[in-house]
Design a binder for this molecule. Structure first.
Ligand SMILES: [Zn+2]
Length: 226
C-alpha cells in the first residue's frame, strides 16, 4: 500500500510519475546501485497491481502527492554490546569494556540518524542501501553512511531543519563525550549546533539496555525544502 503514496490513480507511465514527487525529479539520481532497483520494483509492482487495475472507475481521482516543504523522519537502532570490542558513538571512541557487535563500526547513533534522514525522504532503510551482506561495508566507518544520506538529502532538494537524538545505554557515562559527538554530527550534517540536539539516558538497569548488554538510539529529523 505504501507504493500508492508515490503514484496517482489511475496509474500513469513512469515518466509522468516522477515530477509528482521531488524525490523522483529528473535531476535526482542515485549513485547507490541498491536503491534504484528497489524504487523501480516498487513503482512497477504498483502499476501492475490488480487492486489498482480494478479500482472503482467512478471513484473521484486522488490528488497527487503534494510537494511538501517539510518532511519528518524517525530512526531507531540497537546493537549488542560484547566484551573486547570498540565502542564508537557518533564517530567518537568511548573507552569501555564492551563494544558493538556489527558488520560496520556499529555506530548506533550515526545509523539511526541515517535512517531518520532516509525515512524523511521516503527511501529504503540503511540496511537496504548498505546491506551487511556486502563485504564492502565490513568494518566501515559509519561516517560514510552519514555522508551518503546527506548527499541524498541535498540531491532531493532538502536541508536539515533540526535533529533531536536520544542515546540509551547504562554505562559508561556519555556526558564527557557529548560535545565531541555533537560536533561530529554538525560537521557531517553541515548544520549549526543550534539545530542539533543530543540527549543520553540510562535504561534504569532494566532489560538488555539496562544490563549493559546493548546500546540503542532514537532520532527525529525535520527536513526543509531548500
Ligand atoms: Zn546499526
Amino acid at each position: 500500500m505504501a507504493s500508492s503514496l508515490f503514484l496517482p490513480s489511475p496509474p500513469l507511465p513512469t515518466t509522468n510519475i516522477r515530477p509528482r514527487n521531488p524525490l523522483f525529479s529528473s535531476s535526482f539520481s542515485f549513485r547507490s546501485r541498491s536503491v534504484r532497483p528497489f524504487l523501480q520494483l516498487r513503482a512497477s509492482a504498483a502499476l501492475d497491481s490488480p487492486t489498482l487495475a480494478s479500482a472503482n472507475p467512478s471513484a473521484p481521482p486522488r490528488n497527487p502527492t503534494p510537494s511538501l516543504p517539510f518532511r519528518v523522519g524517525h530512526g531507531f537502532d540497537l546493537h549488542r554490546l560484547e566484551p573486547n570490542l570498540p565502542l564508537i558513538v557518533g564517530g567518537v571512541h568511548i573507552p569501555h569494556t564492551r563494544g558493538c557487535d556489527a558488520h560496520s563500526d556499529g555506530d548506533v547513533l550515526f545509523h539511526c540518524v541515517v535512517d531518520a534522514i532516509l525515512g524523511a525522504l521516503g527511501l529504503p532503510d540503511i540496511g537496504q542501501i548498505f546491506p551487511d551482506s556486502d563485504p564492502k561495508w565490513r568494518g566501515a566507518a559509519s561516517s560514510v553512511f552519514m555522508k551518503e544520506a546527506v548527499r541524498l538529502m541535498h540531491e532531493a532538494g532538502y536541508e536539515l531543519g533540526n535533529l533531536d537524538a536520544t542515546l540509551i545505554l547504562q554505562k559508561p557515562k556519555l556526558s564527557p563525550h557529548k560535545e565531541a559527538i555533537r560536533a561530529n554530527l554538525c560537521d557531517l550534517l553541515g548544520a549549526d549546533p543550534s539545530v542539533v540536539n543530543l540527549k543520553a539516558k540510562t535504561h534504569e538497569k532494566v532489560d538488555s539496555l539496562g544490563e549493559n548488554r546493548s546500546i540503542a538510539a532514537h532520532t527525529v529529523v525535520l527536513l526543509m525544502r531548500k
